[in-house]
Write a protein that binds this ligand. Structure first.
Ligand SMILES: Nc1c(C(=O)O)ncn1[C@@H]1O[C@H](COP(=O)(O)O)[C@@H](O)[C@H]1O
Length: 161
């Protein structure tokens, strides 16, 4: 099982690194690469065309501004593509979000929140867990930990219910 985390620029890495970190924390291999539809269109197309044959199962693609990378990758592969709108200084990330989320019918990209790279990692893991019981168990335990943490914080604030 393998996830690819690609980003339009090295400047996206402070955000996109969270996706890779999340995937690896659950023991799944993850490659990271800068691939830009705008700046290196030929490489981007090659990456998308070859991804499935390279054993990649899910692609997480993050980009900021005129964020065409996730959609362009989705147009040349059947693999699930999760898009991460990266927030730039101008327009607060709304430009990135709108560039990714409104895909034409037939070419799906699963868009997460602005800068939501950690959730993109978890979503990729959930996709892989549909055919891996051990990973599914790890995700279930993680979900239970989240609930426990939320309850503990509530008790710290308001006492026992
Ligand atoms: N949106 C895209 C694409 C693309 O969609 O192909 N390639 C680069 N970029 C974005 O440009 C922003 C600024 O990049 P620089 O910091 O390198 O100037 C980054 O957020 C990148 O994702």
């Amino acid at each position: 099982m393998s996830v690819a985390v690609v980003m339009g620029s090295a400047s996206d890495h402070p955000v996109m690194g969270e996706a890779a970190e999340t995937v690896r924390r659950f023991g799944v291999s993850c490659l990271e690469q800068v691939v830009s539809a705008h700046r290196m269109p030929d490489e981007m197309l090659r990456f998308g065309h070859e991804a499935a044959d390279r054993g990649i199962d899910v692609i997480i693609a993050g980009a900021g501004g005129a964020a065409h990378l996730p959609g362009m990758l989705a147009s040349v592969t059947h693999l699930p593509v999760i898009g991460v709108p990266v927030k730039l200084k101008a327009l607060d990330g709304l430009d990135s979000l709108l560039s990714i989320v409104q895909m034409p019918r037939g070419v799906p990209v699963a868009t997460v929140a602005i800068d939501g790279a950690a959730n993109a990692g978890l979503l990729a893991l959930r996709i892989l867990a549909t055919r891996d019981a051990e990973l599914a168990a790890r995700l279930r335990a993680h979900r239970e930990e989240l609930g426990e943490e939320a309850r503990r914080r509530g008790r710290d604030l308001f006492g026992e219910a």
